[in-house]
Write a protein that binds this ligand. Sequence first.
Ligand code: OVV
Length: 405
Amino acid sequence: MTSATGLRVEAPTSDLDPFCDEFLTDPYPGHAALREAGPVVYLSRYRVWALARHADIDAVLKDPEAFCSSAGVGLTDFRKETPWRPPSLLLEADPPDHTRARSVVSRVLTPPAVRRLRDEFARRADELVASLVARGEFDAVGELAEVFPVAVFPDAVGLAVDGREHLMAYAAMVFNGFGPRNAHFERSLRNAEQVQAWIAANCEPDAVSPDGLGAKLHAAAREEGYSPAEAARLLRSFLSAGVDTTVYALGNAVACLAEHPDQYAALRADPSRARAAFEEVLRFRSPVQTFFRTTTRPVEVGAPDDAVTIPAGEKVLLFLGAANRDPRRWADPDQFDIGRRAVGHLGLGAGPHACVGQMMARLEGEVILTALAGRAAELHLAGPVRPRLNNTLHGLDSLPVRVVA
Ligand code: OVV
């Protein structure tokens, strides 16, 4: 077997397709097989190198010099093919460019800035959950997970109200776009022009309200010396990464709790565990399952006794969701346990690119789970659970639940 760059592959090879419907629906058997096969498995179908062990993925994420992001963090190699959208200045960049962009965004998403959102987010979470619990039965995706982030996050950013439905359509494109051009990516590209035009128009400095995070980002970017077009591109990162990820996370959170009544009872008994419960959801059912890196030089992966050298210029697929269930790192990894120390999971990444919006994501998860635990004595599945297949995101399209007030 020879790699994408024409060199001999010294790792085990597999024809596994991590973007086929079967794998996307239930990735966990595939994860286990990859983890057990070795530190690195060559996926012949896509000519990429796959990592599924926690220690190796953690190390790769912390080594941007050898494993770069500027060639894209999806399957497409930006040095060989033109990306479907202009690259993100944050996600698809390396130090020092990335460092500069990250510092601008960090100045906006500060702990005090997120803290200031807490009361309003909590109030709106409780209002939404109260109205759903009063009904007894509802769809925890269509009526909860998909409603809450789309309401609170764009308000915090200061986005126009008209056309917000395009946010979900855009994120579907972005996250499918990290995978191959399969049916999922093609489906999400329907209406792409109109959606992208709305996104671009609403990232402009005069499109955002003057008191929101969007305006603060434009100001911070200008201060750093970015042009208005670059500042708008930075704001595009908020719209790309800030909505769908939390929609999937909230859906997964309710699913985990509905499927594990003992864990829901433990949360109910002490709603102050909501934050820990959400963290365990990010580990156990990671909304963001994968990202790629590209090697800048030949680089060894694995422990000294089983290390594999990946040549330069190769795509490396990191299975974050597999790392989060690696028995080398976690006791009883397939057990959903809100009492465990889930910190150290890679659901929000690690290293210089670790999720910059993680405090906001955690806030959204915490306030929804707090409201649910405070208002629903019982939480049960009440119908068929339907997955929503996406090349990067793992979650649900429909989750019918029944609650007892
Ligand atoms: C983490 C993430 C996901 C998707 C898009 C972006 C970031 C971006 O920066 O555009």
